[in-house]
Design a protein around this ligand. Structure first.
Ligand code: ZN
Ligand code: ZN
Length: 174
């Protein structure tokens, strides 16, 4: 759905979108398992030439666990309240996207903003930095590669051992 200033000038727009998997392409290591649902409203503030977009969304996603590398499903639910300003004139050699990540302010190009682009960005921002299938995931054994959630392999390994092994390798290289 395109949020067009020429429509927003007349009245605020309410949206209630259901976006099937595939319409938005996330990172290659994220799979959308079901509909992305988003509801909210957009309005145009004429004096400041700003578009304000507020809403909430939920989407079931599949990640790969950082520790055990198994896929797992999680529901991302979040809300947003964003201001879009007119895109500043591009100055040669200057990066204009910097401000974007620092605050909740983005830029639009006349005649407006694409809601799917906003949702893509908001979903990615809501994705946790550490992706674990469960908080106490035991991960993969560094010695034999066994997924330790499934079976305990009884390998003798501690963080101290791994450090010692790294040191031995370092000496060999010298
Ligand atoms: Zn895991
Ligand atoms: Zn093992």
């Amino acid at each position: 759905m395109f949020l067009d200033i020429r429509l927003l000038e007349q009245k605020p727009v309410r949206f209630n979108e259901i976006i099937a998997p595939g319409a938005i392409r996330f990172d290659t290591d994220i799979a959308q398992l079901g509909d992305l649902q988003a509801a909210g409203n957009a309005e145009y503030h004429e004096a400041a030439e700003e578009i304000r977009v507020r809403g909430e969304f939920s989407v079931p996603l599949q990640f790969t666990c950082d520790r055990c590398a198994e896929p797992f499903r999680t529901e991302i639910i979040d809300s947003f309240d964003l201001i879009y300003e007119p895109e500043p004139e591009a100055v040669a050699g200057q990066e204009i996207a910097i401000k974007h990540s620092e605050s909740e302010i983005g830029y639009y190009k006349w005649p407006g903003v694409e809601l799917n682009d906003i949702l893509e960005e908001q979903v990615l921002l809501a994705v946790p930095m550490q992706r674990l299938c469960r908080a106490d995931c035991k991960g993969i054994c560094p010695v034999c590669g066994q997924n330790r959630n499934e079976r305990d392999c009884n390998c003798q390994s501690s963080p101290a051992d791994e450090r010692w092994a790294a040191l031995k390798n370092f000496q060999k290289v010298k």
